[in-house]
Each structure stands twice: as C-alpha cells, then as structure tokens.
Design a protein around this ligand. Structure first.
Ligand code: G3H
Length: 194
C-alpha cells in the first residue's frame, strides 16, 4: 500500500501577522519545520525511488519543500490556497470591521460562501478533481505540501468525511498526516513535528 502524506507549508510571514492569502515567504519557525519535514521524508521514503513531492505554486509551499533532497517536485496551480479575492491580505478582524455582511455570510455557510472575486470551498473542491485523479493513479508515495483550505478538502475526500465538515476540519501547522489506503479501508497517522 502506498501512503499519501499531507502537510501545510511551514508558518508563513502572513500566518505570523494573522493575514490570509498572499504569497509571503516562511518565518524562522517555518524554516525549522521545512528542515524537520525533509528529515522525516528522506528517512521514511529512502527506499521509495518513485516517490514525489507535490507543492502549490505559492512561495510558502515551495520553500517548505526545498530542503527535501532526492525526489522530483511538481508544482500544481490546483494546490494553491483558496482565493480570498478582495479579502486577500486582510486579517479576520479587518474583514469583520470593514465588510461585516461578508463576514456574516461566510460564518453562516462557510462551505458555499464565495469571497468577492475569489473562491468558495466548493470551488476549491471542484478544482482539486484532477489532483485527486492523479493521486489515485500513483503507485508510489506522494508528499503533498499545500494550504489549509485545500488540505481540508483533500483530507475529507480520502478520509470520507461529509462535505459539510470540510471547512471545519482541524489542520494544524507543522503536522504531517499520513493516509494509507488498504483493502480494509483508510488508516491515518499524525506526526506533530513541532
Ligand atoms: O488563508 C486562508 C485559510 O488558510 C483558510 O482558512 O477557511 O478557515 O478561513 P479558513
């Protein structure tokens, strides 16, 4: 059985400032996580010559994967974070204060809410379809370094969680989720590296 490893990027400079979206680099803590992740992956996959590392096209995932040596890296646009449209770069406080109606509608229906000029969780789920098809076809392990909203959607798919739970699934930073698909169903392990 081939495992899939899911992880968010290491802490980004926007994470530190509580801002959503953007395309910032990673913090010192994020860099430390990148090293620990590389260590973990190189040990776990040392006999898996066909394994690969998939990132988004955003700096924070590419930087997080960069210390990993010995495996091909593939960038997917479809793994980019949910597009928060006009709210990109804002804090949740700022959205609440400056766009209270938007804040409230998202709170009411986070799955269907679409940011003005951006995406909803449903949009993200839809654009992930080609990624999921490729993941299902892989015979070797894949390490997916992506973002919170995207990983919630991928995790829900593999762990068979209902759609309405997707926007609320816990996906902490600096933690690897290993998913094993066997004949008896899906097995999951979590490694909190920091
Ligand atoms: O920057 C966006 C966040 O990673 C997504 O989190 O959907 O809970 O606001 P949220």
């Amino acid at each position: 059985p081939r495992p899939i490893f899911l992880t968010r990027h290491g802490e980004s400079l926007y994470n530190v400032r509580g801002r959503i979206g953007g395309d910032t680099a990673i913090s010192e803590a994020g860099e430390l996580y990148a090293k620990k992740l590389a260590n973990f992956v190189e040990k776990r996959l040392k006999n898996e010559k066909a394994a690969s590392i998939w990132t988004s096209t955003l700096q924070r995932t590419i930087l997080t994967a960069s210390p990993i040596a010995g495996f091909p890296k593939i960038q997917w646009r479809a793994l980019d974070e949910i597009n928060s449209g006009v709210c990109d770069g804002m804090t949740y406080e700022e959205i609440k204060k400056n766009m209270p109606e938007e804040y409230e509608s998202r709170k009411k229906d986070k799955l269907r809410y679409r940011y003005p000029r951006g995406e909803s969780y449903l949009d993200v789920i839809q654009r992930l379809e080609p990624v999921i098809i490729e993941l299902e076809r892989q015979r070797a392990p894949v390490v997916v370094v992506s973002h919170q909203a995207v990983l919630r959607a991928l995790y829900a798919y593999f762990a068979d969680r209902p759609l309405k739970e997707v926007p609320h699934i816990e996906t902490p930073l600096h933690t690897i989720i290993e998913i094993q698909m066997g004949v008896t169903g899906v097995q999951e392990k979590r490694y909190k590296l920091m």
